[in-house]
Design a protein around this ligand. Structure first.
Ligand SMILES: [Zn+2]
Length: 439
């Protein structure tokens, strides 16, 4: 009897949950369709500009997103002078103040590393395994060997660029997912949630956009960037990051009358480059091991510069790397006494982990939402930074959630229909997890 009773209870529960699921109306536009529209808009940012946004074309996407947010029914939609889009999706609880306002943030710009103009997205329907050769440059191959994640994507529709540009999944995937979240919530008032703050930012790839972010105006207590990779991962740790600029100053004269006069700074810059420890470079490190990375520079007779990224998960590791650079500078200086060499170091962002520990529910809720979406959650430390690293340091705790995208900043970038849809599902669960915990 008892068993029979619980049997009926289970059947009832099943029917009930199937009923709930069936009641979720699809969004007006699918995440994939949105994504394919957004990647056509060139939003590449540029290094070393004095303005935010670094490229005016980022306004093209900002304006479109603001208009779409308004059309979806979001409130207080606005675009700042720096091209940051803000909006609020009002909660539908009896008292929204009992639930923390949570924010979702993605960035609009694409990496300066590879062109993002005329992106020709290719859909590899019903992927059946094997390497994916990109049609317009057959040397660009997404191999299963380097992308084992492909093994779990059989039957999915994989989206790539054509081999001549990046795809822009980083981070138009995040934008399409957040927009589809808003769309789905608007279609489904029965899904209960608190206030949700939305923002789309410029210049994440060049690091300037977030400086203009209005945390107060955004209105979130906690936030998530949706800018990660494999579904299931929750990034609660980033590099602590500094950039060193080493300037070599010599003396320029006309080469025809340079004897005994010219001091060519390019040679000192060249000497400095030979001093980098080979076991401490991005190309020789992985996992939790940090690096120093000379990534851009200028050569000229009078003045040459080399910029160096310093990255480590721990501040002490970062300090040690800075000390190594100082020794390298001193050694080059000793070899080229007629030159002036100076090094300036700027802080870029700090590992968010220490700050996030104070608010464990932020990561816990993301893990729970991941589970509800049928995925196995996994905490991940990213060998990079996000806008959330900076926001967390400024008082808005902001871990990073996955987008389904892979191979950021290159021509081999890809995402998939399921990658986009799973993320939307996880975000839908996340807003409900917060609402359920309302007191
Ligand atoms: Zn990104």
């Amino acid at each position: 009897m008892r068993n029979l009773k619980s049997f009926y209870a289970i059947i009832l529960l099943l029917l009930f949950s199937v009923g709930i699921q069936a009641q979720v109306k699809p969004s007006k536009e699918a995440a994939m369709d949105r994504f394919l529209r957004y990647v056509k808009i060139d939003t590449q940012s540029a290094e070393d500009q004095n303005t935010v946004p670094s490229t005016r074309k980022q306004f093209d996407l900002a304006k479109l997103l603001a208009a779409e947010l308004k059309a979806l029914g979001a409130q207080n939609v606005r675009i700042s002078e720096a091209a940051i889009v803000y909006a609020m999706v009002p909660g539908n609880l009896p008292d929204n103040s009992k639930v923390p306002t949570i924010g979702f943030i993605s960035h609009m710009d694409t990496s300066p590393a590879v062109s993002g103009a005329n992106v020709n997205a290719i859909i590899h329907k019903n992927y059946q395994g094997g390497d994916i050769v990109l049609p317009n440059d057959k040397t660009q191959i997404i191999t299963v060997d380097k992308n084992p994640v492909l093994k779990g994507m059989i039957g999915d529709d994989i989206i790539t660029a054509d081999g001549t540009t990046l795809l822009g999944s980083d981070d138009k995937s995040g934008i399409a997912e957040i927009m589809t979240l808003v769309d789905t919530l608007m279609q489904n008032p029965q899904i209960k949630h608190g206030n949700i703050a939305i923002s789309f930012t410029p210049d994440e790839e060049v690091g300037g956009g977030i400086e203009k972010f209005d945390i107060q105006g955004f209105g979130a207590k906690y936030a998530y960037t949706v800018d990660g990779e494999t579904p299931g991962e929750v990034d609660d740790e980033t590099w602590s990051a500094r950039t060193a600029t080493v300037t070599f100053t010599g003396k320029s004269t006309h080469p025809g009358s340079a004897k005994g006069m010219m001091v060519n700074s390019a040679y000192a810059a060249g000497d400095f480059l030979t001093r980098f420890p080979q076991d401490m470079l991005p190309e020789t490190t992985e996992g939790r091991v940090g690096f120093i990375h000379p990534y851009i520079g200028t050569l000229d007779i009078e003045t040459s510069t080399i910029k160096v990224l310093l990255r480590d998960f721990d501040i002490s590791g970062l300090e040690a790397k800075e000390a190594i650079l100082k020794k390298m500078v001193a050694a080059t200086q000793a070899k080229f006494p007629k030159m002036q060499i100076k090094m300036d170091v700027a802080l870029n962002y700090l590992n968010m982990k220490e700050e996030l520990k104070k608010y464990p529910e932020i990561v816990e809720n993301a893990m729970e939402a991941t589970r509800r979406a049928g995925l196995t959650p996994k905490l991940n430390a990213i060998r990079g930074g996000t806008d959330g690293s900076r926001l967390t340091a400024l008082g808005l705790p902001t871990p990073n959630l996955p987008t389904g995208g892979q191979n950021f900043h290159g021509k081999l970038e890809f995402n998939s229909r399921k990658g986009l849809e799973k993320t939307v599902e996880m975000l839908l669960h996340l807003v409900q997890v917060y609402a359920e915990k309302a007191k």
